[in-house]
Design a protein around this ligand. Structure first.
Ligand code: AMP
Length: 307
């Protein structure tokens, strides 16, 4: 019993006000797997890469309990490439380039050995591919979580609407929630989006934390105030990995447990931004994670006496 992670595995080129990276390893499913593997194993990965993707990166993930049977390698093609530039606030960014390459004609095949999985994390990817993975699952997973972005709202909205009908939890950032719903108020946006299919909605607000909506309930988790944010790339995916990793570990899909999962996700995201790319995620230990989660508990813990 385990977790399937679907999403891009990629090369990124990142510019922040503090520095610039060469082509480094990125991709939604890469970040999700690094993050979730701290909580649950095995993780069964579905993705596609070109012949240029370093084999050592896949081997490092395998050493973390990530099964790569469902990662197709198209030897004669190039991996997905994304480049972005962050604004001074580090909360907003412009996409400079998106080269789909291997993603353009990707037909995912879910291996038979993945069919026992109870949890499905659909990381950022072509909505039709996310849909194809759901349709290949012989048994409906206990929880299907989907992450997406503005890029797909702009070029594949009908496919996105289609897949949204089949997911339990949607994760987007605040501007994407507004774009998807056509509402500025996030509370109104949440109502519109939950009518599109997902029963739960998580709205990520970068350094301002994250909101969880379900029916009439709302929960808010802050982001850890950090002195230096080096590179926010992958923070959303790392958050997703912590969230689904905790849910898969506990097998509890209640709203109460989702609150804890959001704190775990926020703690993981706070590591991701401390160094460029996946560097920080590759070096942290279980003890580091536990200590960081405790910092979150302290951050929001207060007693109040009403008179
Ligand atoms: P995040 O900062 O969490 O939104 O995720 C950044 C990661 O998403 C980068 O490593 C990119 O490779 C990946 N990415 C960017 N655009 C797309 C896209 N259109 N589809 C899939 N993955 C993407």
């Amino acid at each position: 019993m385990s977790l399937i992670v679907v999403g891009s595995m990629a090369f990124d080129a990142i510019e922040t006000p503090f520095g610039k990276s060469d082509r480094i390893i990125g991709g939604a499913a890469t970040y999700i797997a690094w993050s979730a593997s701290n909580f649950t194993q095995p993780i069964k990965q579905v993705s596609v890469v070109g012949g240029d993707f370093p084999k050592e990166e896949l081997q490092m993930l395998e050493a973390r309990g990530v099964v790569t049977e469902g990662v197709e390698i198209k030897e004669n093609e190039k991996s997905f490439f994304w480049s972005g530039r962050y604004h001074l606030d580090m909360n907003t960014r412009d996409t400079l380039d998106t080269q789909l390459n291997v993603l353009a004609n990707f037909n995912p095949v879910v291996p038979d050995s993945y069919q026992d999985c109870e949890f499905l994390m659909l990381g950022n990817l072509v909505p039709a591919v996310q849909n194809a993975v759901i349709d290949q699952m012989k048994k409906k997973p206990k929880l299907v979580v989907l992450d997406t972005m503005n890029f797909w709202m702009e070029i594949a909205m009908p496919d996105l609407e289609n897949v949204l009908k089949k997911v339990d939890v949607l994760m987007v950032n605040d501007s994407e929630a507004r774009q998807l719903s056509g509402q500025y108020s996030l509370v109104k946006a949440a109502k519109v989006i939950m009518n599109m299919g997902p029963k739960y909605l998580i709205i990520k607000k970068g350094e301002h934390g994250a909101l969880l909506f379900h029916e009439e309930q709302v929960f808010f988790a802050p982001a850890l105030p950090l002195e230096d944010v080096f590179d926010p790339t992958g923070a959303g995916d790392t958050f997703a990995g912590g969230f689904i990793g905790h849910i898969a570990k506990t097998k509890d899909i209640s709203f109460e447990n989702m609150k804890t999962a959001i704190i775990v996700g926020s703690a993981m995201a706070s590591f991701c931004v401390e160094k460029f790319g996946t560097t920080r995620l590759k070096e942290i230990s279980k003890e580091d994670i536990e200590a960081r989660i405790q910092q979150f508990v302290q951050l929001v813990n207060f007693d109040i006496e009403l008179v």
